[in-house]
Write a protein that binds this ligand. Structure first.
Ligand code: GAL
Length: 335
């Protein structure tokens, strides 16, 4: 850590880091370019005009157990959605809280007493809008809805539109995937988290179309992270054990709506049955032509949620199968 700090400080001083190769230290504290800990949990990365934008949950700095809720419901004040930008995936500049919480209206979906989780952003070429979808919930997660916000710039400000349950069905943990043909899909845990829905969005990405599939029924998959390689689609997901880690699983399909074939746990080696202590959130297609993809996981600290860490690891391909191995440190040269 000390070495990383010295390197970061030197880089900031000399302004010479852009030419260096990005080095990741999974599970360690990750500082932004202002030497503040990155606060972007359950996040995702949008690649846009040569810049990476990392959006995530901006967690409040005190964690408490939701009063009167029986399960392990630790929470923080919902601080909105943060955004960090980068050219190299390692050095991240804080762009601010791009979806601000609504502090003055306690009935708002985005009041700090609510839950704003797993935000993802995609750009709509037709409307020129940046569209964010997120999990919106109340203190005991019984609202089970999804919220949508739009902006004219990747760094916001995002305007919150509303929350909804897609075609009346619950929506909790979620992901978003924009395909090469411009179609976008909302992927969400529903029906008491037992079933993963994949739902085609409208052309403007603001509504659900009613064209959807129900997947892995009864398997309780959460934290979906979708990517595409060639003509194959992949979903990495977690099991359902709250903030505690469990075994990841991945599935492959020839089309987004399925049929999905379950392939097993992508993680290998020590602690792989607990996803190295992490939970999936997103896969960054860094350079698909060269099979360069990064799997993003959150390593939750349920008693101090703001102090949760990030685990970013490269995905390796073996024909259509994938594997993810722990690395204490790695760089984009190791792809
Ligand atoms: C997890 C979920 C997290 C958060 C947590 C609350 O299962 O993946 O995003 O909702 O439960 O306990």
């Amino acid at each position: 850590m000390k070495n990383l700090f010295i390197a970061t400080t030197l880089c900031a001083f000399l302004g010479a880091c852009n030419s260096q190769v990005a080095t990741f230290q999974p599970g360690e504290i990750w500082y932004d370019t202002n030497q503040q800990m990155i606060n972007a949990h359950g996040g995702g990365v949008m690649i846009h005009n040569g810049t990476y934008y990392w959006y995530g949950e901006y967690k409040g700095d005190s964690t408490y157990h939701a009063p009167g809720v029986e399960w392990d419901c630790y929470r923080t004040e919902a601080g909105g959605v943060s955004c960090y930008s980068s050219k190299d995936l390692q050095s991240w500049t804080f762009e601010g809280v791009v979806l601000k919480p609504e502090l003055n209206d306690s009935t708002s979906d985005i009041h700090p007493s609510m839950v704003i989780e797993r935000p993802k952003v995609i750009y709509n070429e037709k409307t020129g809008k940046y569209v964010m979808w997120m999990h919106i919930d109340n203190y005991n997660y019984s609202k089970a809805a999804t919220g949508v916000a739009i902006a004219d710039s990747p760094t916001g400000p995002f305007q919150y539109l509303h929350s909804l349950r897609p075609f009346g069905e619950e929506s909790r943990d979620m992901g978003l995937f924009k395909d090469d043909d411009g179609r976008a899909y909302h992927i969400y845990s529903s029906r008491g988290n037992s079933t993963l829905f994949i739902h085609l969005l409208s052309d403007d990405y603001l509504e659900h179309t009613g064209q959807y599939s129900t997947n892995f029924a009864g398997k309780y998959r959460e934290a979906p992270a979708v990517f595409k390689r060639g003509n194959k689609y992949y979903i990495i997901s977690s099991g359902c054990s709250g903030w505690d880690p469990n075994e990841a699983e991945y599935a492959i399909a020839d089309s987004m709506l399925g049929t999905w074939t379950v392939m097993g746990n992508p993680c290998i080696g020590e602690n792989s049955n607990k996803t190295f202590g992490g939970q999936s959130t997103f896969v960054i297609p860094v350079n698909p032509a060269k099979d360069q993809y990064i799997a993003m996981f959150d390593k939750w600290n349920k008693l101090d949620l703001i102090n949760s860490r990030y685990i970013w690891l490269p995905i390796r391909f073996h024909a259509d199968s994938i594997s993810i191995e722990w690395k204490d440190q790695w760089s984009t040269n190791d792809f």
